[in-house]
Design a protein around this ligand. Structure first.
Ligand SMILES: Cc1cc2nc3c(=O)[nH]c(=O)nc-3n(C[C@H](O)[C@H](O)[C@H](O)COP(=O)(O)OP(=O)(O)OC[C@H]3O[C@@H](n4cnc5c(N)ncnc54)[C@H](O)[C@@H]3O)c2cc1C
Ligand SMILES: Cc1cc2nc3c(=O)[nH]c(=O)nc-3n(C[C@H](O)[C@H](O)[C@H](O)COP(=O)(O)O)c2cc1C
Length: 467
């Protein structure tokens, strides 16, 4: 078989943001006569045009945006290939919708430890509770995951098995860290499904071979690198400031990510939360120098913190992180909770809000010791003094008798947390998954009740950027 284009994980990974942005820009602008059109309607996209064309459901569940971008790219490819497409996040699916459509495509990533993405948790409850009859249904599931995790592609597999239990004919493709061969196989199977649907009416042309475009990596110059926690008992934490080699800073939103590859591992990109907003004039990252279980240094963080020099150039790919953006929470009070390098994602939100004179935000932040790890201490104190941060609470885990974690802070301020949520606050959590992320989640459940936490997660008022 001739492979018309070469997919490497690096290319695919970075391409996702571009595909999403490009698709968002292009869809809905005038369509050619024979093409169906995709329009954004709230969170679901519905194809319009020739109602006689067979319709396919395209559903996604995504934590950091890759499955969503793949779903958009797949939907666009199908629409261009002559089909009607209904694209939507899984929580918008109903038994009726599934029964109305004879074909569905699913793009589902796994997060946490074998968990469904946050926005999909309502669907998971629904899935456990109901088993609609889908004996006439054919589905194709693309499960995104990473073999380094014990529960490889667990959520995609769970949905695939549920579809089979409902009587559907379901096929499954598991993707390891966006590996190219699996994505090529996905495109081939989607092509077969389309051929089967259109039969002799299928237009002559093949499905778009360029449905995944090369990533747009922008060469950035490392302008300044500063150690933020000299003397810390924990890993060194650095602030890295970058500007594009071209001089023209691209646009991003608070909450977004940067994806990058380092010379020691050019195939597997790493994500970093952007700590600044465009108005700051530079793209800033907070990078923790990590150590692997065997004591060797983490490849990317080692390169970023010690390998490359100020003035060196590295291609960076900006990735939209819709699940952690302010989105429709922009006007709400914010409870920002995090630890360590997680401050990056929280800082970008505070900076974005300060820029818009929005000061109704409470930061609860955990680090090791007040002596060595009071990172951004002066900036945070200044924001409190200027009334830019309504409230700041810090927890130090290595502080003698006063040692505590950020979840302990939440527990001791339970009443205020309830009051903030009652007046509409959204909750953003950023930092380590183990320890902090899980501890905060359990504490929120204890403080607010499990049902309320599930409701906040489902409605996007509780967002997580934990890793
Ligand atoms: C959404 C998101 C946002 C993030 N934001 C930030 C941020 O703002 N700041 C930040 O510092 N980090 C952030 N990270 C983490 C970051 O992406 C990297 O995972 C981190 O820097 C470690 O990468 P590394 O290359 O240094 O370590 P790696 O070399 O990838 O090693 C890290 C771990 O991977 C395992 N591992 C992988 N390969 C091997 C191997 N061959 N042998 C042994 N063990 C292996 C080990 O468990 C090891 O501890 C974020 C991650 C995500 C997903
Ligand atoms: C915090 C975190 C937890 C993850 N947990 C799992 C897991 O349990 N099983 C798995 O197969 N992949 C896991 N992954 C890998 C993701 O599924 C994979 O990177 C996927 O491409 C992300 O897609 P998304 O951007 O749509 O969320 C995890 C990734 C992260 C960052």
């Amino acid at each position: 078989m001739t492979v018309e284009w070469i997919l490497t994980p690096e290319r695919i990974y970075g391409a996702m943001g571009l595909v999403a942005a490009y698709a968002g820009m292009c869809w809905g602008i005038g369509s050619r006569v024979r093409r169906q059109r995709l329009t954004d309607e709230a969170q679901s996209q519905v194809s319009r045009g020739d109602a006689r064309a067979p319709a396919v459901l395209v559903a996604y569940a995504s934590q950091t945006g890759q499955a969503e971008a793949l779903a958009r790219a797949t939907a666009k490819m199908l629409v261009d290939g002559g089909l009607q497409v209904r694209l939507l996040p899984v929580e918008k699916l109903t038994a009726e919708l599934l029964q109305e459509h004879a074909h569905s495509l699913w793009m589902l990533s796994t997060t946490g430890e074998g968990d469904a993405p946050d926005h999909a948790l309502g669907f998971v409850r629904q899935l456990k509770a109901a088993q609609p009859v889908l004996t006439r249904h054919q589905s194709l599931v693309l499960a995104l995951g990473d073999r380094e995790y014990q529960e490889f592609c667990a959520f995609g597999v769970q949905v695939h098995e549920w579809l089979q239990a409902c009587g559907a004919r379901s096929d499954l493709i598991c993707v390891d860290n966006m590996d190219g061969p699996s994505l090529q196989s996905w495109r081939a199977q989607v092509g077969q499904m389309r051929q089967g649907l259109l039969g002799e009416c299928a237009p002559d042309q093949e499905l778009d071979a360029d449905w995944l475009q090369a990533p747009v990596s922008i060469p950035f110059v490392l302008r300044r690198r500063r150690l933020l926690n000299p003397g810390s008992q924990g890993g060194a934490l650095y602030l890295l400031e970058w500007t594009p080699q071209s001089g023209e800073l691209p646009q991003w939103e608070s909450g977004d990510l940067v994806s990058l590859c380092v010379p020691a591992d050019p195939e597997r990109p790493r994500d970093y939360s952007i700590a600044s907003v465009t108005a700051d004039g530079s793209l800033q990252l907070l990078v923790r120098q990590s150590t692997r279980a065997d004591g060797s240094p983490g490849l990317a963080s080692q390169w970023l913190c010690c390998g490359m020099a100020e003035g060196d150039v590295l291609p960076l790919t900006l990735r939209e992180h819709r699940g952690f953006r302010l989105g429709d929470n922009a006007g709400r009070p914010l409870i920002l909770i995090g630890n360590g390098s997680g401050l990056a994602g929280l800082l970008s939100h505070i900076r974005a809000r300060v820029q818009h004179d929005c000061n109704d935000q409470w930061l609860l932040f955990g680090e090791r010791s007040p002596r060595h790890d009071a990172v951004f201490g002066d900036q945070l104190a200044a924001w409190v003094e200027q009334g830019r941060l309504a409230r700041l609470d810090q927890a130090w885990s290595r502080n003698g008798k006063d040692s505590r974690y950020v979840q302990d802070l939440l527990r001791s301020h339970a009443e205020e947390v309830r009051q903030w949520v009652a007046r509409g606050a959204a909750i953003y959590v950023s930092g380590s998954l183990h320890g902090m992320g899980q501890g905060v989640h359990l504490t929120l459940q204890a403080v607010l009740g499990e049902a309320k936490v599930a409701e906040l997660l489902g409605s996007g008022r509780y967002r997580r950027d934990v890793y």
